[in-house]
Design a protein around this ligand. Structure first.
Ligand code: FAD
Ligand code: SF4
Ligand code: SF4
Length: 479
């Protein structure tokens, strides 16, 4: 009888791949977790209890077939595990690295509810696809039949790239337009290497290119080419432009030099990891070295800024957040990583202005307490009168979230319907906008969200676009 490799959660404790010690990881931008050894991955996958109703799967936005690929991994059948994993996820090794698993799949793993640590789903997902890359199982797309129709995708982030992949697999001609010089969106210029090393993204871009996807980079739609030209060139269009307008702060001294936006700061740092010329980094504007750094915000972007500043050899790094630890939007895992690396968190604090003459020298901070819940049910932070102080700072990084650009204005396309928040209005399932043949996916529809949701949207939008093109061909043939 075959050995039963599953249900080991009672005997085997949850264990993540080895995490590099904080002193070592402060010195570079490499990922902080090492790869699972083969036996360890199989052992950890074997902790799964193979639930009849797998809540992990229903709470994964891609509905990944998690129990099946865990079982195959436990049995050492990695190629089959990879085939199942990639069937529902375009970039499993990326999600395995950066999904907030504690809020998604792992946060709903039943063995945790029975008092055992959750299955390390994300780490196993990463292990399976990293192995697939090592073994050359991931090959460029080669469609059985080439179709004449073409689709223009505006934005080469995870949403746009997931759609590009799915459309090319159907033989459709795909052009991705992106205003940056590299594809990948926030995977390249937002998320730092210590969470997601750059080669993990660029090898995907190269593979898509080899599979026939055309990239038109350094091409800002609205400036270098009009939206209308893209519509005329292609049979269908996908808008996947993400959200890039940074929320700002007012108050005295808000315009002082030394106060910068998180996206500019992170982009500069990520560019340096490609050895690009970055004058604003070299002249110190976007470089934390030797400085007292204050980051304002409590989300993932703020966590990425504080940890980047540590690696740039800042003198000190403090994060100001107006609620407490339990109520912050960022992943608890990332806060713990930041604390280990030496970041100081000032919970229940809010900025009300800045000090300094020529450049910023401090942040005027109010101490807060949590009051009655607001309409959303979250306790509202209130200022504690007379408890203000100044947090000394040479560099202040604003990480307060992002909003969409005003696309109908920027693209001179008044007819494109947007919501009152400025996100593009698209059907929740088909992703169709109000313009014929125009679809939208990812953050530009959801507002700032997650990579895994952008991938899901991109895949679903591609499916709708294929149906749209098929219906159109049928209608033309019937004429
Ligand atoms: P994006 O990734 O933003 O890509 C949009 C692309 O469109 C960009 O390449 C941009 O250059 C291009 N573009 C925009 N306008 C134009 C135009 N007019 N013409 C041509 N091209 C254009 N999510 C997670 O799941 N886990 C994380 O750990 C995580 N960390 C994050 C850290 C940071 C600092 C940030 C900012 C976000 C993080 N996110 C994380 C969120 C995640 O990155 C986004 O939800 C995801 O990238 C959205 O994908 P997208 O394809 O919709 O847009
Ligand atoms: Fe979990 Fe994300 Fe993988 Fe889904 S895609 S299984 S949520 S890590
Ligand atoms: Fe396995 Fe946990 Fe998913 Fe159940 S919920 S199938 S134990 S990973």
């Amino acid at each position: 009888m075959a050995r039963q490799p599953m249900l080991k959660f009672v005997k085997v404790a949850r264990d993540m791949p080895e995490k590099r010690v904080a002193e070592e990881r402060r010195e570079d931008f490499d990922e902080i977790y090492r790869q699972f050894a083969d036996e360890k991955a199989a052992e950890q996958a074997g902790r799964c209890s193979q639930c009849g109703v797998p809540y992990c799967q229903s709470h994964c936005p891609l509905h990944n077939n998690i129990p099946d690929w865990l079982k195959l991994t436990a049995e050492g059948r990695l190629r089959e595990a990879y085939e199942i994993s990639q069937a529902t996820n375009t970039f499993p090794e990326i999600c395995g690295r950066i999904c907030p698993q504690d809020r998604l799949c792992e946060g709903n793993c039943v063995i945790e509810q029975s008092g055992h640590g959750t299955v390390t789903i994300g780490a196993v997902e990463k292990y399976i696809t990293d192995t697939a890359w090592e073994e050359d199982w991931i090959i460029p797309i080669s469609p059985e039949v080439e179709r004449p129709e073409s689709v223009g995708i505006i934005g080469g982030g995870p949403g746009g790239l997931a759609a590009a992949d799915a459309l090319r697999r159907q033989g459709i001609q795909v052009t991705v337009y992106d205003r940056y010089d590299r594809a990948g969106g926030l995977l390249i210029y937002g998320i730092p290497g210590f969470k997601l090393e750059k080669h993990v993204v660029t090898r995907r871009n190269e593979q898509l290119e080899k599979g026939g996807v055309t990239f038109k980079l350094n091409c800002d739609v609205g400036t270098d080419i009009t939206f209308q030209e893209i519509r005329e060139t292609h049979d269908a269009v996908l808008i996947a432009t993400g959200v890039y307008k940074s929320r700002d702060l007012g108050g005295p001294g808000a315009g002082l030099p030394g106060i910068v936006k998180a996206i500019d700061y992170l982009t500069a740092s990520n560019r340096k990891s490609f050895d690009d010329e970055v004058p604003e980094y070299d002249d110190g504007t976007l470089n934390a070295e030797g400085k007292r750094v204050v980051v304002i915000g409590g989300g993932d972007t703020a966590m990425d800024c504080v940890r980047t500043a540590i690696r740039q050899d800042a003198k000190s790094v403090t994060c100001l957040y107006r609620r407490d630890r339990a109520n912050m939007p960022g992943s608890q895992r990332e806060v713990a990583n930041a604390e280990e690396e030496g970041v100081n968190f000032a919970w229940l604090t809010a900025p009300k202005g800045f000090t300094g003459e020529e450049s910023v020298s401090g942040v005027m901070v109010s101490r807060m307490r949590l009051g009655a819940p607001d309409a959303s049910g979250r306790q509202k932070p209130e200022e504690i009168p007379g408890a203000d102080y100044v947090e000394q700072a040479d560099l202040v990084i604003k990480a307060l979230g992002f909003e969409p650009e005003d696309l109908p204005v920027v693209w001179k396309e008044d007819d494109l319907e947007v919501t009152r928040w400025g996100t593009v209005k698209a059907h929740f399932q088909s992703h169709a906008t109000n313009l014929d043949g125009v679809y939208a996916a990812g953050d530009i529809v959801r507002g700032a969200s997650l990579v895994v949701w952008a991938i899901r949207d991109g895949r679903e939008a591609a499916e709708s676009i294929v149906s749209y093109l098929n219906n159109r061909s049928t209608a033309i043939a019937a004429e």
